[in-house]
Design a protein around this ligand. Structure first.
Ligand SMILES: C[S@@+](CC[C@H](N)C(=O)[O-])C[C@H]1O[C@@H](n2cnc3c(N)ncnc32)[C@H](O)[C@@H]1O
Length: 277
């Protein structure tokens, strides 16, 4: 439901587009979402009606004359803290009721470097909901009462600190949107993705078959599907063992997988001995 001739992806104040899974994003900088939401898969997901994106400018819900959304911290110190009222008012207005103490809420997620780590498993968990609300902090963060009494979940996209929650919200949204059925052309496309099953994905190749003297692995040109699948599984195991062995503890592994990993370890041991000699 884009607007004819204009930008259909919701940079007008508090506007919504799309359908099926709805994201409500609470931010002081809705314009930051313009470019990512207007491109590629997210744009198509909106056009196809799989996703609704609604951007809410928290400043619009500040009730004082200057629309103040931040204030100095109690106890002193530098920086500013986002005030609780504009955020709470915004969420309340968008939901149509005060969410305090309700157990029937959609996930109301505060983006914070102190939250639980955002992983592919969390993205999958979130993709099962019909509605997600994301609160983007700024400055020193949001008043603690938002975290304690309004948010139902807290997510961190990594152990580093960004200037605001907008990029984390985009990361969460992007990872969730591609898991919504019908968003990607190939329904099985996400099944082998890195982190989907606890492994890193196998390497990909496309034409030409030989590039600057570097050939594509022979098996991929063979047309033998079972052999290709076996090669891909083994390369995924090899990659994960080489780069992220920690992931193997949680991965679902068959007996054949384990035997292959054991074989890799033996080969690794042999090559170390050879190098020393
Ligand atoms: C400068 S940060 C505040 C960090 C806060 N003083 C702290 O040390 O925990 C401002 C806002 O950016 C967002 N943010 C920064 N890093 C993040 C991360 N790794 N994951 C999720 N959100 C993050 C949060 O919304 C946060 O409120």
């Amino acid at each position: 439901m884009g607007r004819a001739g204009g930008n259909p992806w919701g940079l007008q104040k508090n506007e919504t587009v799309g359908g099926v899974v709805r994201f409500d994003i609470f931010t002081l900088f809705p314009e930051m979402f313009k470019s990512p939401f207007e491109a590629s898969i997210i744009r198509r997901a909106c056009e196809a009606g799989r996703v609704t994106l609604a951007l809410h400018n928290v400043r619009d819900y500040a009730t004082d004359k200057h629309h103040q959304t931040d204030d100095t911290p109690y106890g002193g110190g530098g920086g500013m803290v986002m005030k609780p009222e504009p955020i709470w008012n915004a969420v309340e207005a968008v939901l149509g009721f005060d969410p305090a103490g309700r157990s029937d809420l959609p996930p109301l997620i505060l983006l914070t470097p102190q939250g639980r780590p955002f992983t592919q498993a969390v993205a999958r968990e979130l993709s099962a909901h019909e509605r997600l609300l994301l609160i983007c902090g700024r400055y020193e963060g949001v008043d603690e009462r938002v975290r304690q009494y309004l948010a139902t979940d807290e997510l961190s996209i990594g152990d580093y600190v960004l200037t605001g929650g907008e990029v984390p919200a985009m990361v969460v949204l992007d990872a969730v949107v591609r898991l919504i059925p019908g968003v990607l052309g190939d329904p099985g496309a996400t099944a082998d993705d890195s982190h989907a099953t606890g492994l890193l994905e196998y390497p990909h190749y496309t034409r030409p078959a030989v590039y600057r003297g570097h050939p594509v692995p022979e098996v991929l040109l063979s047309g033998h599907h079972a052999e290709v699948d076996r090669w891909r599984r083994r390369e995924a195991l090899r990659r994960t063992q080489e780069r992220r062995p920690d992931l193997l503890d949680q991965a679902e592994l068959s007996q054949a997988d384990r035997e292959f990993l054991d074989q890799l370890q033996v080969e690794e041991g042999d090559s170390t001995v050879l190098k020393r000699e």
